[in-house]
Design a protein around this ligand. Structure first.
Ligand SMILES: *Cc1c(COP(=O)(O)O)cnc(C)c1O
Length: 365
């Protein structure tokens, strides 16, 4: 990986060939053709998919298979994100998108990927499930990308670099120029996981898709949209990459209930924006309160809906909070996060309860 200024713009990306990156078995794959694929027009009588024509115990049309392409949901997302529907892929949570990227592009027992820990755990778990080697370029002390280490780790079998920005669990965004350097100089896929982008002032990389054929952006309905229970994740990429993901995904990976409910939620983008503003305000207020607690050594600046707090005796604090019925995420054994707790922003009342419990802990000592 070179500095951007030394390399001509888009140097690496220009040689990017998604077909060469795809696993040979996937290149040859003839996808399953569902009943809904072979006939998707208007008809009066559907006797092509062995559904129960009498109905179901539930109202509505749950006796029917859902749209395998989720066209309505994609149209709605397309408007909100200002990107054509053909660049949108939907998965059963981001977790399915992560798994599919491995299954499409990484040869088990041969290829490798690079992660930048501390980061989201699923990149590594999913790699292990798929028998893909994981190489690690830990973040620098300031939680930014180590570009030199990344460059040294990448070889001809490196298929994916996972970049989570804003990052979980550190909460910060990476320097945009660093991410661009990776995009410009790496010939495999660069996946930017933007699960927390709505809570940050950073611009999404969705706008850069036309410039970088090796870019995949992931977002989710689990965080800002408040729909973790629905299991709906998004991936945005070139039409070529979309074609391959669609070839491999289970035909009906997004169920009918999720598609209907997501469509309904997408009409309420104003309400979601209000919640985002409120969560960001509470995050900033809670940061100040935490900074005033004597045993808190550091509150890391957050671009997400959680804060990472370095606190004396973190594990003991964690256990004390449990006795108060409050569960936070103990990251105190994670490298670079020694003595850190990751705390999700709650409701006003929940945040107050947390602060009260911490005051009790400090006073009791
Ligand atoms: C929460 C989170 C997700 C969301 O995963 P889903 O499967 O969509 O719920 C993705 N990436 C990161 C980094 C997260 O923290």
């Amino acid at each position: 990986m070179q500095e951007t200024k030394e390399a001509p713009e888009n140097n690496g990306a220009m040689q990017f060939d998604v077909n060469k990156l795809t696993r040979p078995n996937i290149q040859k794959l003839v996808p399953y053709s569902s009943a809904r694929d072979e006939f998707s027009g208007e008809a009066k009588v559907f006797l092509d998919a062995n559904e129960n024509s009498l109905g179901s115990p539930l109202p509505k049309w749950y006796n029917r298979y859902p749209d395998p392409h989720q066209n309505k949901v994609k149209q709605s997302i397309s408007k909100i994100k200002s990107i054509a529907a053909q660049h949108i892929f939907l998965g059963n949570g981001s977790d399915e998108c992560i798994d599919l990227l491995y299954r499409c592009f990484c040869n088990p027992g041969k290829d490798n990927v690079i992660i930048c820990p501390p980061t989201y755990g699923m990149y590594e778990v999913s790699a292990n499930i798929n028998d893909i080697e994981v190489r690690k370029a830990p973040l620098l002390d300031d939680f930014q990308l180590d570009l030199v280490h990344l460059e040294n780790l990448a070889d001809e079998n490196t298929k994916i670099i996972w970049i989570c920005s804003p990052n979980n669990p550190t909460g910060n965004s990476f320097y945009r120029q660093d991410i661009e350097t990776v995009l410009n100089n790496f010939n495999g896929l660069v996946v930017i996981d933007e699960a927390y982008i709505n809570f940050s002032r950073q611009q999404s990389f969705i706008k850069e898709l036309a410039e970088y054929p090796n870019l995949v952006v992931m977002q989710t309905f689990s965080k800002a949209w408040g729909l973790a229970g629905l299991r709906l994740g998004m991936a945005f990429a070139s039409v070529d990459i979309m074609e391959i993901l669609n070839r491999v995904k289970p035909p009906y990976n997004i169920n009918q209930a999720t598609q209907e409910l997501a469509l309904k939620a997408l009409e309420e983008v104003g309400q979601v924006n209000d919640m985002i503003r409120e969560l960001v305000n509470m995050r900033n207020a809670l940061t100040e309160v935490f900074e005033s607690i004597p045993t808190v050594e550091k509150v890391y600046p957050s671009d997400a809906n959680f804060i990472l707090v370095k606190i004396k005796d973190a594990r003991k604090v964690y256990e004390f909070l449990l006795t108060k019925g409050i569960v936070v995420r103990d990251r105190s054994n994670v490298k670079l996060c020694n003595d850190c707790l990751r705390i999700t922003i709650g409701t006003e009342k929940e945040n107050t309860d947390l602060v009260d419990a911490l005051a009790e802990w400090v006073n009791g000592k």
